[in-house]
Design a protein around this ligand. Structure first.
Ligand code: WTA
Length: 635
């Protein structure tokens, strides 16, 4: 039996038991059998959740790109590593073989070095879904620089906050990007962001949309001529197991985004292991994850996990509805996709359209369908199962987080019987548990509580960049000796988990995590606004949408409310990005608060969701009269 490739339920249980009984042995065997190391580890694991400090494969040395690229050259040199499908279907897809990827990553790595980037330096990557995005992340890893990829839908303010937080020396971007029928001026956004960033010395600019852009002398350089002059050989930097590989920002309950730090060896082992098993990847499969590399799903399951397995990974530049709603299925047919991994919000949007868009295409190549990012509702699950998988491809509802680095709870296709809306069972090595509000572990089945993880796993984030205390406070103080996920979950009669949603002030809109605090902070900057509170309410396609309650200053009260709404959304777009815009904005004279001054969001959430039959306990309210006013004027 190989630990590496689980094919039956019995085998899953055996492997799982082994992974819990002796985690060190389990992860040691996997690391030994499936990767190349420059030096072996001295110790598999040391950990202390109270600090918190977690180290995997301490003492080992490696470079992750040797594992993702170099070692495949002998057997898979001409195999496609990255299959780039452009925004415009009439533009030809690009097949980048492992050999070509090797050359291009090395050239890019040499450019980074020539530009003064060294091991440990932070490099911000702000690129659309073009091959340079994958290549530049790997090039950073090749030279030991820490990449910080920022999703190219974020605004200039959001970008500059992230660049400054981790003190990036360089930004890699493009002249612009395509998004369906539109083009976006990415370089303009970078220029605006950099007005507030003194740490950035160099900006490398890839050409994509070939427009005239402003190039700042002494700072900005076109990428292609530099690449053309660079050697295709670059010795990989030898990294320690616990050296940071990347920083990726995620929203939290308080204002500033959290720069989650992932390290090298554990992240590599875990993403490779989960990729292989969650997708049952086989040598000639063509795997497609529709996420953007700007999110953790793209890091782990477009770039590192697939490439560590020598897989063919599709990168799609476009959107699901361009040129029409059949685009995904056209791509599945064209490239004979075998594993397809997307988000419930996309499934719901696709399910609203005419089935002709699906039925026109041959989807018979599909073997596994994945879902990630938010709970998948029953209706979407069945639509996906019936119309896309034709009831033959198992759906893997994969639960995990930016912080966890890799898939934590998910069926193993063809081994774990699936159950609609359930993420089912933990991956080998993952020890989930449910906690009650008093800090007690909830035993037994058919229970619900707060989802925690009891034991370290290799790809967990090690800290928040520059703020270890916040890392401890956010994840390790709610429950002693546990990692707290921020999610609620239930466990059914056979031990399957179903994730019910966030239990903190993070709202998931179209699969994107949005903290309420940063949105409120930006609204409050509007000169007419005194105070605001954001909650989520159910939305057909987005899962949740945002509802804002806004108290105006006296000066704002005479203003036209619709204009104010527009201005508020404009401010949010500037500070965060269009993904954080509010669907509804209600002006109110007050917000329900406790005597200690805390906004009672529970009540606001119920009102926004039209669920006012039972508002729960309101006895601690300081101003109960405002609740009636808000209910009377609900939108
Ligand atoms: C939610 C994305 C239910 C959850 C990989 C988690 C899910 C947050 C699922 C992390 C799922 C993710 N079912 N909820 N299958 N997958 N979530 O950091 O609330 O962007 O805490 O990572 O998304 O989002 P993040």
């Amino acid at each position: 039996m190989s630990n590496y490739h689980i094919k039956h339920l019995e085998e899953y249980y055996q492997v799982y038991r082994k992974s819990v009984r002796n985690p060190e042995n389990f992860w040691e065997e996997i690391a030994e059998e499936h990767f190349v190391w420059r030096k072996r580890w001295d110790k598999v694991l040391s950990w202390d959740f109270s600090k918190p400090e977690v180290k995997w494969y301490e003492g080992a040395q490696l470079n992750i790109t040797e594992n993702c690229i170099d070692r495949h050259l002998r057997t898979r040199g001409t195999k496609t590593a990255i299959l780039f499908e452009p925004n415009d279907p009439s533009e030809e897809a690009e097949h980048i073989s492992y050999q070509q990827l090797y050359a291009r990553v090395n050239q890019f790595a040499n450019v980074l070095k020539e530009q003064g980037i060294q091991k440990g330096d932070r490099v911000c990557i702000y690129l659309p879904m073009i091959p340079e995005l994958a290549i530049s992340t790997l090039a950073c890893a090749r030279v030991g620089a820490i990449h910080s990829v920022v999703f190219a839908g974020f605004s200039a303010t959001a970008l500059s906050t992230r660049i400054n937080d981790s003190d990036c020396k360089m930004v890699i971007t493009s002249d612009g990007s395509y998004r369906g029928p539109k083009t976006i001026d990415l370089k303009g956004i970078v220029d605006e962001a950099l007005e507030d960033c003194s740490c950035v010395a160099t900006v490398l600019v890839a050409k994509r949309i070939h427009t005239d852009i402003n190039m700042k002398d002494g700072r900005d350089q076109w990428l292609q001529p530099l690449l053309d002059n660079a050697s295709t050989e670059c010795e990989p930097e030898i990294m320690n197991a616990e050296d940071p590989l990347f920083i990726l920002y995620t929203s939290g309950s308080t204002g500033k985004p959290k720069g989650m730090v992932h390290t090298t060896a554990g992240y590599m082992v875990y993403t490779a292991f989960t990729f292989k098993n969650a997708f049952q990847y086989r040598e000639n499969d063509v795997y497609w994850c529709t996420a953007d590399i700007g999110w953790i799903t793209g890091h782990s399951y477009i770039v590192y996990g697939p490439l560590a397995n020598g897989a063919t990974s599709v990168m799609f530049e476009g959107v699901p509805n361009y040129p029409d709603w059949g685009r995904f299925w056209e791509i599945v047919e064209k490239h004979k996709i075998t594993q397809f991994y997307t988000a419930p919000t996309a499934i719901r949007a696709l399910a609203k359209e005419n089935l002709d868009f699906v039925e026109k295409y041959d989807l018979s190549s599909l073997k596994v369908l994945g879902s990630v990012g938010e709970p998948i509702n029953d209706e979407a699950w069945h639509w996906y199962d019936g119309n896309i998988g034709k009831k033959k491809s198992p759906i893997i509802d994969t639960w995990w987080q930016t912080e966890t680095g890799g898939i934590m709870i998910s069926p193993i296709p063809y081994a774990t019987p699936t159950k609609p809306t359930y993420a089912t069972l933990p991956f080998p090595g993952i020890q989930p548990t449910l906690m009650d509000e008093n800090g007690q572990e909830i035993k037994g089945n058919q229970v619900d509580g707060r989802l925690c993880i009891k034991f370290p796993w290799p790809s967990m984030a090690r800290t928040i960049w520059g703020n270890h205390e916040r890392y401890r406070d956010t994840y390790f103080t709610a429950y002693k000796n546990m990692y707290f996920t921020g999610d609620g979950a239930l466990r059914d009669e056979v031990g399957y988990y179903r994730i019910t949603g966030r239990v903190d002030d993070v709202i998931i809109v179209s699969g994107h995590n949005l903290g309420t605090a940063p949105i409120e902070d930006s609204i409050n900057e509007h000169q007419a606004v005194a105070e605001s509170a954001i909650v989520g309410f159910p939305h057909d396609i987005k899962g949740n949408a945002l509802y804002g309650y806004v108290i105006l200053k006296e000066t704002g009260e005479s203003r036209n409310p619709d204009n104010l709404r527009k201005e508020i959304n404009q401010i949010i777009t500037e500070h965060i990005g269009p993904i954080a815009k509010l669907d509804k904005i209600q002006f109110t004279s007050g917000l329900p608060k406790t005597r200690s001054g805390k906004i009672m969001r529970r009540i606001l959430r119920k009102i926004a969701s039209n669920d006012t039959n039972n508002l729960g306990d309101t006895s601690t309210l300081l101003n109960p009269e405002v609740v009636q006013e808000i209910m009377d004027n609900v939108l």
